[in-house]
Design a protein around this ligand. Structure first.
Ligand code: MN
Length: 445
């Protein structure tokens, strides 16, 4: 686990004024990393207030010693930084914190350097933080798995393996897109409403989003050498918001016997900023408390450290902005508010299980949590659950789906053309400065 240190001091302020406002998503305690473009080549940056600082410009000015200097200078994305050991990543955070909080720092006092390195966030384009090699999606929420299972198998919502291992499937890295990218409604095979009739091919009619949290992998492991649960935290670089767009009609028809395929692989959105595990240190929380009659995880998925602080205190919100809301000047309407603390499996358990057969991970690989749903209706992380009539695993017999209703008079069971889904996330704690993950948005075309 990363330590809480002076970089988490809630009183710390920056000489960049916008970082000190109470509404600031990127105060000096956050320091998320990303990749941006301001006309020229992609550059690695850190967000502070309403600015982004180009790390490449700082590296060229000799502000970082190796291995940080090389990891920044020789890469156009975060792969270099994701290849570094925890000590170097902690060093980067401390150095960036010093640069933005000390009014005597080189960046604060060298006006030419400042002009070259500082950009307004509003003026830059954010890109994917890393070219992901492999992407895996899990299914780690007990509430989500129970709700969805009870729609398809009312008598047997959770399969016997679910509480013994984090269920996952290999996703598609090539269709990961950064927040803001438009999402084209997929075509595919759609099951017939009539039992036994042939499917049709056409545009998906039940397009959905899935609220998820992703983790980028650091270091990686050699093929054949599993990562133990005790070591797994060192292999997590940071977290990000993920929208796993899902075509529910296609999914229902294709998912057996091998799991999700084209219903998921047409697009997955990621937020541009990566909040590092170092920044999350004050927000670590106990892992999900299993019910007394739940099975204990097998020894390789159990450790005191994971039980004590394998969780993350992270609030997650989904909003919807339709074309009509846009035309009427309304803001996005909240669909759900939930917590990452409701997840049954921790990110470290997912990574440990993933590599337990010797499968190798590489720096920049992405694992996603699966839909984050909580026990209450308002904490359901997708429309499939939000418009379903049931209470955590107990369907209401004889009922249909109930549409969500909006102030524009519009109703939704699933997403319509022009709908924009906006996911936001933040970590708050009474004794700490709130830090945000930014947003992950995508509009359906
Ligand atoms: Mn998913």
């Amino acid at each position: 686990m990363r330590v809480v240190d002076h970089t988490h001091d809630p009183q710390a302020r920056s000489w960049i004024d916008s970082a000190n406002s109470s509404a600031a998503e990127f105060p000096p305690q956050n320091l998320p990393l990303g990749v941006f473009q301001a006309g020229g080549l992609p550059r690695i940056g850190v967000a502070i207030g309403d600015r982004v600082i180009c790390l490449g410009t700082l590296a060229a000015a000799g502000l970082f010693s190796d291995p940080l200097g090389v990891a920044i200078h020789d890469h156009v994305d975060l792969t270099g930084l994701m290849s570094l050991a925890v000590e170097a990543r902690t060093q980067l955070r401390r150095q960036l914190f010093e640069l933005v909080t000390n009014p005597q720092s080189r960046l604060a006092t060298d006006i030419a350097l400042q002009q070259a390195a500082l950009h307004r966030l509003a003026d830059v384009q954010m890109l994917k933080p890393v070219e992901v090699g492999d992407y895996t999606d899990f299914y780690a929420s007990l509430y989500h798995a129970t709700n969805v299972g009870s729609m398809f198998r009312p008598d047997n919502p959770l399969l016997p393996n679910w509480k013994h291992l984090p269920i996952g499937y290999h996703g598609r890295a090539s269709s990961l897109v950064v927040s803001g990218t438009e999402i084209r409604r997929p075509h595919g095979q759609l099951p017939s409403a009539q039992e036994g009739a042939a499917p049709t091919f056409g545009p998906c009619r039940q397009l959905d989003y899935e609220l998820e949290v992703g983790a980028y992998i650091a270091l990686g492991n050699r093929l054949g050498e599993p990562i133990s649960l005790g070591a797994a935290e060192d292999y997590l670089f940071g977290i990000t918001l993920v929208n796993d767009w899902s075509a529910r009609d296609m999914q229902r028809w294709e998912y057996q016997p091998l799991g999700p395929f084209l219903a998921k692989s047409f697009a997955t959105s990621v937020s541009p900023w990566v909040v590092t595990m170092e920044a999350l240190a004050p927000f670590r929380a106990p892992a999900f408390e299993r019910a007394a009659d739940d099975p204990a995880p097998l020894p390789y998925l159990q450790s005191p450290g994971n039980a004590e602080s394998g969780g993350i205190q992270l609030q997650l919100e989904v909003s919807l902005l339709t074309d009509a809301m846009r035309q009427q000047g309304l803001g996005p309407q909240r669909l759900s508010l939930g917590s990452f603390g409701s997840m049954y499996w921790t990110l470290a358990q997912m990574l440990t299980h993933h590599t337990s057969n010797g499968c190798n991970m590489q720096p920049g690989d992405l694992i996603a949590s699966g839909t984050v749903s909580g026990p209450t209706r308002q904490s359901r992380g997708c429309l499939l659950e939000l418009t379903w009539d049931g209470e955590c695993g107990k369907p209401v017999p004889g009922t249909q789906r109930t549409p969500l209703k909006f102030p524009t008079g519009e109703e939704r069971l699933f997403l319509a053309a022009g709908d924009e889904v906006v996911i936001r996330g933040w970590c708050e704690h009474p004794q700490r400065r709130t830090i945000h993950l930014g947003e992950c948005r995508g509009r359906v075309i």
